[in-house]
Design a protein around this ligand. Sequence first.
Ligand code: ADP
Ligand code: MG
Length: 503
Amino acid sequence: MLDLIYDAPAPKVIAGAQHDWELVIGLEVHAQVATKAKLFSGASTQFGAEPNSNVAFVDAGMPGMLPVINEGCVELAVRTGLGLKAQINLTSAFDRKNYFYPDLPQGYQISQLYHPIVGEGEVLVEMGNGTARNVRIERIHLEQDAGKSIHDMDPNMSFVDLNRTGVALMEIVSRPDIRGPEEAAAYVGKLRQILRYLGTCDGNMQNGNLRADVNVSICKPGAYEKYQETQDFSYLGTRCEIKNMNSMRFIQMAIDVEARRQIALVEDGQEVVQETRLYDPDKNETRSMRSKEEAHDYRYFPDPDLLPLEIEQAWVDDIAAALPELPDEKKARFISDFGLSDYDASVLTAEAENAVFFEQVAEGRDRKLAANWVINELFGRLKKDDKEIGESPISADRLGQIVGLIKSGDINGKIAKEVFEIAYSSDREPTEIVETEGLKQVTDTGAIEAAVDEIIAANPAQVEKAKQNPKLAGWFVGQVMKATGGKANPAAVNQLVTTKLGL
Ligand code: ADP
Ligand code: MG
């Protein structure tokens, strides 16, 4: 299938360093569950609502209020786990993670420390250069999001918006299997793609619906392999955690600058201290935020308001049966069944909507031609107009008509672009456009021959030149195409010109 080199060597980090260093990265991705209501209340999760308008009493931590689990959130977490080929735990449980924060009115966050709903899985991360890596997923647990403190609305006061309080998050924890900044971004990209295919998280990073804590450490070559053999973390360097990253570009920049900071420290004989850091994109540096807290600092204990969560295998099986075709499988199918290149298949499967559109265009038609038209013409045109595939002014069926008309020889590639442009900016059917505008390709060799004869007769000097230099035949082809309004079959013209000039 895919000709990939797995476990490609980790890229070396060079920062004017005395030694070779390698990077080790593990990500905790927080993905907002795409349900309309929160994890333990019926309040809306709608983004951008009036501050504090989507808050149930339980979200505000009112005394005596009890959490009731949202079955929809559980279903989407299971669906996500299945999509990541992970183990689903039929019994999981919720714990209280206690800490004070002005935007956390309960005084604790309900999470799943000891018994997460999803166990080990994996994500295939392709680097687009023929290399790939399987990044292991350690666990996915469900937890509540916190609210938002707003410090920039008033010079003397801070405000609290509890709309986000209690919204369901899936925390997707990877093993430290990621080996460089680009890989980290590719991993987040792949995760985002899978979540969007599954419909379990909208992946909107700008709104913070997908964000990552990035754990970074450095080690000497060979140390990581020892860790892999033994799963003994002591072979790895001390990690720092960079909190709350919601941009692919910043993730890469933060890892790079953090790695350089750690290398400089260690080579200076100092030690990396395990801590939580923040990335400042303006200064391109990471800054210490707080020393790393351990699980025991939070006084985790099972939430007494919630029974352990028991789900049935039959329900999990139903969810599994309803899973859509996922990106890896879809891409492999496009390559093996349709003969598309790795690149074309990647582009067409980047978003589920792209793939659906492409398959409609390609249905019963030349797949490669359809792929070219979707990628080069349609995507190019949409990009120019800053439009999404869902807003395409030309439907898949109509683009398919154009592909069909080219394949049947009714129009040539050049005319097809004209037809595309007309169909794209009007509400007309390509077949009708070709009829009405008289754009049908002239394949009648009699008509083409007449045009060729005429041009040859009118340009004796050019004929002489072309006989010396056969490359000049192209000029005649151009003239004939012009004379026929671009509608002549280029192959037929070529053939006739060559014969008539005696080349
Ligand atoms: P915490 O919540 O305390 O940060 P978690 O277990 O939730 O701990 O997450 C730890 C994350 O750090 C995981 O993604 C893991 O892969 C990663 N990690 C652990 N050790 C290292 C290391 N030495 N270097 C880089 N990442 C690491
Ligand atoms: Mg963490």
